[in-house]
Ligand binder design. Structure first.
Ligand SMILES: [Mg+2]
Length: 340
């Protein structure tokens, strides 16, 4: 019997949960973000396909979203509701005879055995729909990389199979950032080397790439482009690697002392959450968004990982000291990256 990896990803998860609760919104552009008031500051967490068609995407300021799509319905973020639905989705997946690796609150890998992975994929779609009334897409691959990319090709509400045999036919002419884990920056650097497609990257000399990207990343990029991935589907519980808090201010902070106080507050909240989860911070990152919308980050590595609030706060303030610009601030964030 053949072994397959299936990647399950809910379609526009958060927007879909909101439409379930507000059926009158079906088919309308829906934007979820901040406290749901587009005249206030805040950013888009998620947008329905109808809103995306107007150029609204996550990370966009709510006010810009309202300008691009004045007829959109704006809703506040309700993390508790999304977590509850996510738990039902994962419980449904665990009913299958498969190893389940949860990737986030709306996606998971399943390792299955069998000769008809499409039948399993359709069964997954049907059972998730029965349990939650939500649509998902299932990607089928011979490894996690293929399955994850297949999902993108099957969206929305579809099933798509990507294998070693079809890999280059499907992806060969696409730019390298079509690959999972390759961003626009890397694609740009590759292009400067004359590598503009997945096919060209797959044929590149790993040694040349090692010189450019380092001994681990360089050859890994080539293997990625060849559709190779040996990482196992791992059923260990999903453990977040970091925890962060951020606040968008309705009025710019102009006084740097106030900025420091706010960063201290955020750092203590993050420390509290880390301690509650029995995690220790190894690095603290501070994000400052200056008005109108220029974002900078600086981090501080802790000498030894800690859950102690005073040390996390101290590291956050040390990171903040690396910001030299004293312009008005509209958003502050503090994130703790955990030690293992
Ligand atoms: Mg999704």
């Amino acid at each position: 019997m053949a072994r397959w990896v299936l990647h399950v990803d809910l379609d526009q998860f958060i927007a879909a949960v909101e439409v379930l609760r507000h059926p009158e919104l079906r088919g309308r552009p829906v934007v979820v973000g901040g406290d749901g008031d587009p005249t206030k500051r805040g950013v888009v967490s998620t947008a329905s396909y109808e809103a995306r068609a107007h150029g609204v995407h996550s990370g966009l300021p709510l006010r810009t979203a309202a300008r691009r799509c004045p007829e959109a319905v704006f809703l506040p973020v309700d993390a508790g509701a999304y977590r509850a639905v996510s738990a039902r989705v994962m419980a449904t997946l665990r009913e299958f005879d498969a190893v389940v690796e949860v990737l986030g609150w709306d996606e998971a890998f399943l390792a299955v055995e069998g000769d008809d992975p499409e039948a399993t994929a359709h069964e997954i779609r049907a059972r998730i729909r029965a349990a939650t009334e939500l649509e998902c897409t299932v990607g089928i691959g011979q490894n996690k990389l293929q399955a994850k990319l297949a999902t993108g090709l099957g969206k929305p509400a579809g099933v798509f199979r990507l294998t070693h045999r079809t890999w280059f036919e499907v992806l060969g002419d696409r730019p390298p950032d079509a690959l999972w884990g390759v961003g626009a920056k890397t694609a740009k650097r590759l292009k400067a080397m004359g590598i503009a497609t997945v096919g060209e990257l797959a044929a590149a000399d790993p040694r040349t790439l090692a010189e450019r990207f380092g001994p681990a990343i360089g050859p890994w990029l080539v293997r990625l482009a060849q559709g190779q991935d040996h990482s196992p589907v791992d059923a260990a519980p999903y453990v977040p690697r970091s925890r962060g808090r951020e606040t968008t201010y309705q009025h710019d902070l102009r006084d740097w002392e106030e900025v420091r106080r706010e960063v201290s507050n955020l750092a203590r909240q993050v420390a509290h959450e880390a301690a509650a989860e029995r995690r220790r911070a190894a690095r603290v990152i501070v994000k400052v968004r200056y008005a109108p919308f220029i974002t900078r980050t600086h981090g501080r590595v802790l000498e030894t990982p800690t859950a102690e609030a005073s040390r996390i706060e101290e590291a956050a303030l040390a990171a903040l000291d690396r910001f030299t610009e004293r312009r008005p601030v509209r958003l502050l964030g503090v994130r703790a990256e955990f030690a293992h």
